[in-house]
Design a protein around this ligand. Structure first.
Ligand SMILES: [Zn+2]
Ligand SMILES: [Zn+2]
Length: 468
């Protein structure tokens, strides 16, 4: 905790003024003026308190010694273990621009429209738990420098012939991309960081430790090499698009543009410390009675939000039954379907539900197996054997719809004379579809929440980012 120069009270970063404000006398202090006294001569590290959750092993750091007694990763109310450490200094920081009040309003707008969400998600006491946390990002600088040649052609069509001219185009490139960034924390889901992107890294300021006062920061534990290729690709795509639309060059057809770039480009992030930045988010954790967690994350610069919205199953069943009853009544009132059409429609529903079920299972496998989370995957590998995948990614939920399709096919081949057999088949098939639908809803909920995190296996990490 930094002390107020006027009265000695505790200083906290104040979002509206972008300065440090004294808890006691409200004096505003420039964060850079403090650092010069405090950290003179210590360029590469800064002292932080690291808090570890005894239940899940999740870690946050802060320059405050005080912390409220719950864990943002698993939502447990518990006393966190604290230890002092020296961490490598980030170079850049984007400070909080959205206040907690702004953030709550953004969240309320989103959840207000989610009619199936459990009512606890709208509880004001729960919203108080939004916590300001800085997420570490690797910021890559990519330069293209020097002479470069491209092959280009132009064609002119005239009566009877086509004239093709070949050119060798020589350019001198001097392009620099700065701040292409990817989150450097394995515990921060890449899905979330993508959903709340972008941060305007051009607005990043030089980091100084007092700016952390009143906030937390996640630790950087993904190696900077993990996203290097992605950063290079992003810069390259942008540059190629720029060349294609360039006013001088856009009259040529350039066929070898993509391939020739693969051998170019230089990522200026040889040592990872060159590019660590802290970006601000508001973070909220919901722990359900079934011991699953849901996160709401707000980009504290732009206000972009990403939230896991679990579905309250009783709420969902009541409203969907009401809707289904209304649709059926309307259908039968307007058209009286022939027996064959009724059966065919039921079978079609069964096929659709099977496709949806398959898509849900696939999504759970990818999401909960962490295949798409590059940072996590690089560090820990896929979580193929996870409970969620074993339990929910099975064919059992599809049985209702499969039986419905088999019954419909059997009746279609049999072609009985009695109409009632078709209707009975159709009703039976719809019941089968309903069984599969309920399995689908359970899986939607699995997808919209997360298992309790487990970071105890978290070790090692990026040596360049860890303490010295
Ligand atoms: Zn003061
Ligand atoms: Zn925890």
């Amino acid at each position: 905790m930094y002390a107020c120069p006027s009265c000695g009270g505790g200083l906290r970063f104040d979002i509206p003024s972008q300065k440090l404000k004294c808890d006691h006398c409200e004096t505003l202090t420039d964060p850079y003026s403090l650092e010069e006294r405090k950290d003179a001569g210590m360029d590469n590290t800064f002292g932080v308190t690291v808090f570890t959750c005894p239940q899940c092993g999740g870690e946050v750091m802060t320059t405050d010694e005080s912390i409220t007694g719950f864990c943002m990763f698993c939502g447990a109310s518990t006393v966190l273990d604290a230890r002092m450490e020296n961490h490598k200094r980030p170079q850049k920081i984007i400070t909080f621009k959205k206040t907690k009040e702004d953030c709550k309003n953004i969240y309320r707008r989103l959840v207000g429209g989610a009619i199936f969400a459990p009512k606890e998600l709208k509880d004001p006491d729960y919203l108080e738990k939004f916590r300001g946390i800085y997420i570490p990002y690797w910021m890559y600088t990519i330069t293209y420098d020097g002479p470069y040649s491209i092959s280009g052609t132009t064609t002119e069509a005239s009566v009877g012939y086509i004239n093709t001219n070949h050119y060798k185009i020589h350019c001198d490139m001097d392009v620099e991309y700065t701040g292409i960034s990817y989150d450097a924390s394995a515990s921060f889901d890449d899905h979330v960081s993508e959903a709340i992107s972008p941060f305007m890294s051009a607005h990043a300021q030089d980091f100084t430790p007092p700016m952390l006062s009143g906030f937390y920061a996640d630790t950087a534990d993904v190696d900077s090499s993990v996203y290097r290729e992605d950063a290079l690709k992003a810069a390259q795509n942008n540059l190629i698009a720029g060349i294609r639309s360039n006013n001088t060059l856009n009259k040529y057809t350039m066929t070898d543009l993509d391939s020739s770039f693969n051998s170019m480009g230089k990522v200026e992030c040889e040592n990872a410390e060159a590019g660590l930045g802290l970006f601000p988010v508001w973070f909220l954790t919901y722990r359900s009675s079934k011991n699953r967690v849901a996160y709401a994350v707000v980009n504290a610069e732009s206000g972009e939000i990403s939230a896991d919205l679990p579905v309250s199953i009783p709420k969902y069943i009541i409203s969907s039954m009401a809707v289904a009853a209304a649709i059926f009544a309307l259908l039968f009132f307007l058209f009286t379907p022939t027996p064959g059409i009724a059966l065919f429609a039921a079978a079609a529903f069964a096929v659709i539900s099977l496709i949806v079920y398959g898509a849900e299972i696939h999504a759970i496998k990818r999401r909960h197996g962490k295949y798409d989370d590059k940072g996590f995957y690089a560090k820990y590998g896929a979580l193929e054997n996870q409970d969620d995948i074993r339990r929910y990614c099975t064919a059992s939920g599809a049985v209702g719809s499969i039986l419905a399709i088999i019954a419909a096919i059997a009746i279609a081949i049999w072609q009985p004379v009695d109409d009632w057999i078709y209707y009975a088949g159709a009703i039976g098939a719809i019941i089968g579809v309903c069984i599969t639908m309920s399995a689908i809803i359970r899986r939607v909920n699995i997808l919209n929440t997360r298992p309790l995190p487990e970071f105890h296996f978290r070790k090692g990490g990026d040596d360049s980012a860890k303490d010295l």
